[in-house]
Design a protein around this ligand. Structure first.
Ligand SMILES: Cc1ncc(COP(=O)(O)O)c(C=O)c1O
Length: 379
């Protein structure tokens, strides 16, 4: 993306890195597609949301919290931080709340990064790590994923220098859904220079934590390793719209983030909803079940059609469509199905499909089969 033409007086003092910082491109909203294409029924499988919605207990707690919405939230997030700490057998001074885990990414940037320092990320990766570096003037060092779309931790270890401050490792990875193994993370941590921290972005942990060899960020935090685990209520708990995430780390890291965060970054409704959501683990288990069925189903549809899919431990799956991904995206859109085209995510010829309810996946399947029959293979 080139530099936009800024002509106003105050534009001249905008930092050059901000002038070129790409804006986040989110999955298309349902209403927008309905408006633009005149469709009644639109299914959104584009933003890795929870198709079961939020737990009814969380919804009831949020409705109750709305009645007190004229009051500022508890700035310390006491109840939620204590509930999270209890859930994970940590101390409450090892928990920081965020306006989504997304906010914690840039917060980490403002705490640890200055010009001359570096972050290390996979390539491709979740776009918001770049913002943490760009906003602060730090350098982003990108290390290509392996052919199987997993992070190449030995290659990332080779990129470590005395300038490295943060290494962002989403596990499961977005956009590929792949996971790294515990032995690889253990080895990587041995190579981490003093003063550098591994950011285990575990936005999808509720879907993956039971996998054998999963490197659970919580265990590293408990062992006192230089790790922060970032988690969210947006995915497994179905609370994406209310924006609430959290970080688990040592008290010294949490204390620094606590000083730098906006005082009321976790809103009152979100805090109440998250406390109730955490108590309803049966909803998380039901979400996991629907998700696994959906993942297996898309993998099978792809295999039936002779297409490769990337084995996923998250709530989305990538399919190599062997066609122009933008064309497949557009054709699915015309049939009322929103997915993500892989190109802008760094995965050309791939579409990323979030898992929906059984009914939503029925609609996806028939639209996908139609589109695959109607579009040409890329030569
Ligand atoms: C890898 C990863 N990290 C962080 C986030 C941000 O999640 P939230 O800000 O909703 O907690 C997402 C959202 O899609 C993600 O995929």
């Amino acid at each position: 993306m080139g530099r936009p033409r800024y002509t106003g007086l105050m534009s001249q003092t905008i930092r050059p890195s901000i002038q070129t910082l790409p804006k986040y491109v989110a999955g298309k909203p349902i209403e927008e597609v309905q408006r633009e294409l005149g469709l009644d029924r639109v299914v959104k499988l584009a933003s890795n949301e929870n198709p079961l919605g939020a737990s009814p207990h969380a919804i009831a707690a949020m409705q109750e919290a709305v009645t007190k919405i004229h009051l500022y939230p508890d700035a310390s997030g006491y109840e939620l931080r204590h509930a999270i700490a209890k859930f994970y057998s940590l101390e409450s001074n090892q928990v920081v709340l965020g306006n989504g885990s997304d906010e914690l990414l840039t917060l980490l940037g403002s705490v640890y990064l200055v010009p001359g320092t570096e972050i290390i990320v996979g390539d491709p990766t979740f776009v918001r790590y770049n913002a943490a570096a760009t906003i602060t003037g730090a350098k982003e060092v990108r290390v290509p994923l392996r052919d199987d779309m997993t992070h190449d931790l030995p290659a990332m270890a080779k990129a470590l220098t005395e300038k490295t401050r943060l290494v962002f490792l989403p596990n499961p990875h977005n956009p590929t859904g792949t996971v790294v193994k515990k032995a690889e993370v253990d080895a990587f941590l041995n190579d981490l220079p003093k003063g550098a921290m591994l950011v285990l972005d575990e936005a999808y942990v509720e879907y993956a934590a039971d996998l054998p060899d999963f490197p659970n960020g919580l265990d590293y935090v408990k062992d006192g390793k230089p790790v922060i685990a970032l988690r969210t209520f947006s995915k497994g708990y179905g609370l994406a719209g209310i924006r609430i995430g959290y970080g688990l780390a040592s008290p010294e890291v949490i204390d620094a983030m606590d000083r730098a965060r906006p005082p009321f970054n976790a809103n009152a409704v979100a805090q109440a909803g998250a406390v109730a959501a955490l108590e309803d683990q049966s909803h998380v288990a039901a979400s996991r079940k629907v998700n696994q069925e959906g993942l297996d189903r898309v993998a099978k549809i792809a295999a039936d059609m002779g297409l490769r899919s990337i084995p996923s431990a998250a709530n989305f799956i990538c399919v190599d469509v062997q066609r122009d991904d933008k064309e497949v995206f557009d054709e699915l859109l015309k049939r009322g199905v929103i997915v993500r085209a892989g190109g802008p995510l760094g995965l050309p010829q791939i579409i990323r499909v979030s898992i929906g309810t059984r009914e939503e996946m029925d609609i996806f399947e028939s639209a996908f089969r139609e589109v695959m029959a109607a579009t040409a293979l890329t030569s």
